[in-house]
Design a protein around this ligand. Structure first.
Ligand code: SAH
Length: 348
């Protein structure tokens, strides 16, 4: 993908509905059916230059290249991990820096999108909240992350920010991704991860879209969860689990509970048993990950033997468990390592 030739007044076509794009091209004197072709090039074939849209007349291509852009961000940095994970740092015209990641997980390419610049929720182990909150991202800015990474087979809203705190735009992204004019990704291939915003979970349950809900749990009692995740004081465990149950009930989808194992904090056998107790009878699945270390925090990953023992206890008690590999750690692209960046030209 080439760098974008964007200039101030250019109309960004990314993330526009078909109707919006039709209005725009009509305004240029281009027949409105061309909008559909442009969208097919961008979302089905990953083309980022109007000049490559060979079924458009040359004159239209030139006019579009002059008046419109495909995306608004600059790719400031691209890092590739030894395991193939790719992390991009994008800079939007207002200077906001956003990271997004593509990884091959379980044999499939997953795209991990940020929903906000920074984060308000300040989980004690996560880098995303370290720099505070700057602003919400728009649907177009999220779609652009997807496009820049290319070839999305799964979409996870697990980058920087809290998707349910930017509800309307996050939902707009999901709908756009599924739409016949967009990338046509099935809702079943999308996951929304939340730190536990109950009103957002209930709202999402009513949308009638079968996306997977992932709840960042990390603790099986309020005492530990209060310490790790300040949001727990507002939406405590019992109420959160009830909301997740309502979600499972409404959508028929199994809820994923995420648990990052932190040495001496939530990696002991008694906590595994407590977690198993919570999962009993729930349409659920526990996704374990060993903590990815974050600069500036004292928390350490669990010892591998303790992590393995934790998993065995859960399995022994009938819990469905998967273990997530820490992809992209060497380029700080792993879970919890994405942050709000102020892109400086010569970082690292
Ligand atoms: N705000 C949403 C989306 C972020 S998703 C949420 O909290 O779910 C990022 C996932 O990575 C969450 O499950 C989060 O709890 C987890 N995470 C955060 N920091 C981590 C770290 N240092 N190591 C492993 N996982 C981490």
């Amino acid at each position: 993908m080439g760098e974008l030739a964007t200039h101030g007044a250019a109309y960004n076509v990314v993330g526009r509905s078909r109707a919006e794009l039709e209005r725009f091209v009509s305004g240029l004197g281009v027949p409105k059916y061309r909008a559909r072709q442009i969208m097919a090039w961008v979302y089905n074939r990953g083309v980022t230059e109007f000049s490559a849209m060979t079924d458009l007349p040359a004159a239209s291509r030139e006019l579009l290249a002059e008046r419109a852009s495909i995306g608004a961000a600059e790719v400031v940095a691209r890092r590739r991990s030894r395991d193939g994970t790719v992390k991009l740092l994008l800079r939007f015209p207002d200077g906001a820096g956003v990271e997004c990641v593509a990884m091959v997980y379980a044999g499939e390419r997953s795209t991990c999108v940020s929903t906000q610049v920074g984060c308000r929720f300040g989980c004690a182990f996560c880098a995303s909240g370290q720099g505070g909150f700057t602003r919400d991202l728009t649907v177009a800015e999220m779609v652009e992350q997807v496009l820049r990474l290319g070839d999305t087979r799964r979409l996870v809203l697990m980058g920087t920010g809290e998707p349910l705190d930017n509800y309307t735009a996050s939902l707009g992204l999901l709908r756009f991704m599924a739409s016949p004019d967009g990338p046509r990704l099935s809702y079943r291939r999308m996951t929304v991860s939340t730190c536990g915003l109950i009103p957002g979970i209930d709202r999402l349950a009513q949308e009638e879209i079968p996306v997977t809900l992932a709840v960042s749990l990390h603790a099986a009692n309020d005492e530990v969860r209060d310490r790790l995740m300040p949001v727990n004081r507002r939406y405590p465990l019992r109420a959160l689990l009830a909301a997740a149950d309502r979600y499972a009930e409404a959508t028929g989808r199994r809820v994923t509970y995420e648990w990052a194992l932190i040495a001496g904090v939530n990696d002991g056998p008694e906590q595994a048993r407590e977690l198993a107790g919570i999962m009993r009878g729930r349409l659920s699945h526990v996704n374990l990950i060993n903590l990815n270390p974050v600069e500036g925090y004292a928390f350490q990953p669990a010892h591998p033997a303790r992590a393995a023992a934790f998993r065995r206890i859960l399995e022994g008690l009938g819990v469905t468990v998967t273990t997530r590999r820490p992809l992209g750690r060497d380029v700080d692209a792993a879970c919890g390592q994405l942050r709000r960046r102020s892109p400086a030209p010569h970082r690292r």
